[in-house]
Structure formats: structure tokens, C-alpha cells
Design a protein around this ligand. Structure first.
Ligand SMILES: Nc1ncnc2c1ncn2[C@@H]1O[C@H](COP(=O)(O)OP(=O)(O)OP(=O)(O)O)[C@@H](O)[C@H]1O
Ligand SMILES: [Mg+2]
Length: 407
């Protein structure tokens, strides 16, 4: 595939018949194509990059159209924890399209194909990040319906789940188009029995995705359609070697009966070493933030943050039932960008910390003057005390999660 110079890796030029724009978005190139349509890299009027998915379905039927918009509106309300935010959708033109935050990086599928299985801390962070995304998605009463390695992008700040709710929105016309939505190897057994699609299907798909990441193949194989379906419904999973706790969790999530699978929030808590039975609403919300930070931890051997769940989730963007026009700067998640950097910036200017350092610096200067009787020595002692107090407090505050973080 020809790559477009200057663009992110994998970006191909537009084809001759591709539209140059979608509503207010300029289309810059093709990111890829899947079962539902083509995904373009786009740019909004402020120059922020977005992913524009043009969907291959006919939405002329008003009932299907309103159902589609309802599903997308629900997806827009999902909090931006380890997810690519859905920003906008339009069904009025010739072809419907959904706009979401652009995440630069390879998909999990491509990463495993090119670099081999994910192991150690990277596997743990992947499991935490994808479980965090799933918990956030389910909190908004959205079911992903198509979680798989192609729908996880490994961004610079950790894994991000994309495409949530779109399969279900497209599924409203499934009877018309007879398309099978989703990928068989990650589908839960109840989907083949035509039982309702619920959050437990996503938990199954999460576990199958993690097994793929760790072993390079899905746990029920990927040969012929019927062979895979048979194994999903009747046979135990064939898992790669996993750490014992993760092995246990993945097996439970792959239970044939959806009632035997844990909920996504419980999966996340277990991954974070928390007691899944003792969770109140605030604790659960804080878990999403802890999960997001853990998944984006910059160094492989960094210890997990100590969860002190006192932070409520920041107010979500959107909240309206019908998708509206995109606002400037919506291409970035509001609440979660870069945990360590954000904490460092906040603590560096923390008024309490700076005043404490100034006060102790003055004490140091006074002590210096008393000891030497020289103004120059007093100033040097004051300045040294200020710098030491300021830096020590800053390091402690950032490492422990921050004083202002916990109020
Ligand atoms: N928000 C996004 N940010 C970055 N890249 C994206 C985004 N959405 C999609 N892509 C890219 O576009 C490619 C095609 O996505 P698409 O969803 O059409 O295909 P798929 O995931 O393979 O299949 P499916 O149609 O079942 O979801 C993805 O593999 C990914 O590389
Ligand atoms: Mg996709």
C-alpha cells in the first residue's frame, strides 16, 4: 500500500472516487477499511485531526435512521477513559459518517502481527486499559458489540478502544443488509444462539482479545467459520501461558454462560488488585481514572499507583440525545490526558507548596543570618532551603498522587 508522505504511518492517499470532504471535515487520506466502510483521516476547521468513518449502509428508512442516531448519541456520552471519543455523526448526506478522536498508533492486531505477542507489564497495561474502556462504555449503557484486536489502537498514552456502539448502530439494519456484524473469533456463544447482545458479550470479547495479544491467535482459532463457531459454543478455550491471576480471570470471562462472566468493572478491579465486592459508586468512578493512568504508565517497570479512590469522574462532554455539530478542540479527551505530566504541571504551581517553600526559605535565611551575621550567607541559606523544600515537596506530591488530587 502506498503511504502518504508526512502523514501518520499507514495513511494511504485518497482514491479517485473518495469525497474530499465530509460535512465540515477535510479528508486527508485513508486510514483503512473494514466490514462497515472506509475510515479516513480528517481535519476539522481548527486543524484538529479526527477519524471519519463512512458507513456502508442505507439509512433512508426513518426508523433505522433514528435508531442509528440514538445509538451514536449514547456512544458520545461515554467518558474518555482509554477510549477514542465519538465526536459527531451525520446521516443526512448520501452516506452516513461517524467522526471520532484520531488515535495515532498501530492497532493491536497489526502490532502483534508485526512485533509478536505482548508480554509482562505491557500485557498487564493492555488488559487494564481495555478493561477500563469497557467499564466506561458499559457505565454509559453502551455495548461495544465488536471488541477485537482491530478495534484497539496502541496510542502513545496507552491502548484506546475504538468503534464502540457503531456495530450496534449498524446492526439496526442488519436484517435489511443480512451482514454479520463483528468478527466470529471474538463473538460470545450466545450471539450464535440469537440471544440478546449484552455487556457480557463484550466481556467475552475482551478476554478473547487479551488471549490473542498474549499468544498471537484467538482462543477458539480462526480457521473456518463453522469450526470456530463450534469451538466457541462447545469447547474450552485454548489459551497461551498467562500469569495465574490473569489466566483465571480470562477463563471466567470466556464462560459459555453469560451469567457466569464477571462485569467489566469487576474485571478492572481485579486487575488493579481491588476487592470487587466492596465498591461504591465513587470508588468505581475513581477506578476508571486509576485504570487510565495505569494503562498509560510510561515505563515498563513502574509500580502500579496506589488506588485512593476519592476523585469523581470529570463531567462528561455531550449528554444530549441527538448528536450535535462538533465544537472546537473536541479532538482531544477532556479528562484524562497524560496523568504524570498533568500532575507535574498542577503541582509545580500549587499555591500551598510554593508558600510553604517561601516560608521555610525565609526561616533558612534567618537561621543563616543568626549563624554567620552576613547578609550574603543568609541569602544563600534562604535560597538553598527554598529550592530543596520546593523540589522535595513537588517530587513527593507527584509520586503520591498529589495533595490537591485528594481533596
Ligand atoms: N479513531 C481512530 N483512530 C485511528 N485510527 C483509526 C480510528 N478508527 C479507525 N482507524 C483505523 O482504520 C482502520 C479501519 O477501521 P475499521 O473499523 O473500518 O476496520 P476494522 O476495525 O478492521 O473492522 P470493523 O469494520 O469490523 O470495525 C483501523 O484498522 C484503524 O487502523
Ligand atoms: Mg474498527
Amino acid at each position: 500500500m502506498t503511504e502518504l508522505a508526512g502523514g501518520p504511518p499507514g495513511l494511504a492517499p485518497l482514491w479517485a472516487h473518495d469525497p474530499p470532504t465530509a460535512g465540515p471535515y477535510r479528508l486527508l487520506g485513508r486510514l483503512g477499511a473494514g466490514g462497515q466502510g472506509v475510515v479516513y483521516l480528517g481535519e476539522d476547521e481548527q486543524g484538529d485531526r479526527v477519524a471519519v468513518k463512512m458507513i456502508n449502509i442505507d439509512l433512508r428508512d426513518p426508523r433505522a435512521r433514528s435508531q442509528f442516531m440514538k445509538e451514536i448519541a449514547a456512544a458520545r456520552r461515554v467518558a474518555p477513559f482509554c477510549t477514542a471519543q465519538v465526536l459527531f455523526a451525520d446521516v443526512d448526506g448520501e452516506r452516513p459518517y461517524v467522526v471520532s478522536e484520531f488515535i495515532e498508533g498501530p492497532t493491536l492486531f497489526r502490532h502483534v502481527r508485526e512485533q509478536g505477542p505482548v508480554t509482562g507489564n505491557a500485557l498487564h497495561r493492555l488488559a487494564v486499559g481495555t478493561a477500563t474502556a469497557l467499564a466506561a462504555i458499559h457505565r454509559s449503557h453502551v455495548v461495544h458489540c465488536d471488541l477485537k484486536p482491530d478495534n484497539v489502537v496502541l496510542g502513545r498514552d496507552g491502548p484506546r478502544v475504538i468503534d464502540f456502539g457503531i456495530a450496534r448502530a449498524v446492526g439496526v439494519t442488519e436484517t435489511v443488509t443480512s451482514q454479520v456484524v463483528g468478527t466470529i473469533a471474538y463473538m460470545a456463544p450466545e450471539r450464535f444462539r440469537n440471544d440478546g447482545v449484552g455487556p457480557a458479550c463484550d466481556v467475552f470479547a475482551w478476554a478473547a482479545t487479551i488471549a490473542f495479544a498474549a499468544g498471537g491467535r484467538p482462543p477458539f482459532g480462526n480457521d473456518s467459520l463453522f469450526a470456530v463457531m463450534h469451538r466457541v459454543v462447545h469447547e474450552p478455550p485454548d489459551l497461551p501461558p498467562l500469569p495465574p491471576d490473569l489466566d483465571d480471570l480470562v477463563r471466567q470471562c470466556l464462560a459459555k454462560d453469560p451469567a457466569d462472566r464477571p462485569e467489566a468493572e469487576h474485571v478492572l478491579m481485579r486487575l488493579l488488585g481491588q476487592d470487587a465486592t466492596a465498591a461504591g459508586p465513587h470508588r468505581r468512578e475513581a477506578m476508571l481514572e486509576v485504570g487510565h493512568e495505569t494503562a498509560g504508565a510510561p515505563t515498563p517497570n513502574q509500580p502500579l499507583p496506589i488506588p485512593t479512590p476519592t476523585i469523581p469522574v470529570q463531567a462528561r462532554t455531550g449528554g444530549q440525545d441527538a448528536p450535535t455539530a462538533p465544537a472546537a478542540g473536541q479532538g482531544r479527551p477532556a479528562a484524562t490526558d497524560d496523568g504524570w505530566g498533568r500532575r507535574l504541571r498542577r503541582e509545580a504551581t500549587d499555591a500551598w507548596g510554593v508558600s510553604t517553600a517561601i516560608f521555610l526559605g525565609s526561616v533558612g535565611a534567618a537561621a543563616g543570618y543568626l549563624a554567620s551575621g552576613l547578609v550574603g550567607d543568609a541569602a544563600a541559606a534562604g535560597a538553598a532551603t527554598f529550592v530543596v523544600v520546593y523540589l522535595v515537596r513537588l517530587l513527593l506530591a507527584v509520586a503520591l498522587g498529589g495533595r490537591s488530587h485528594q481533596t
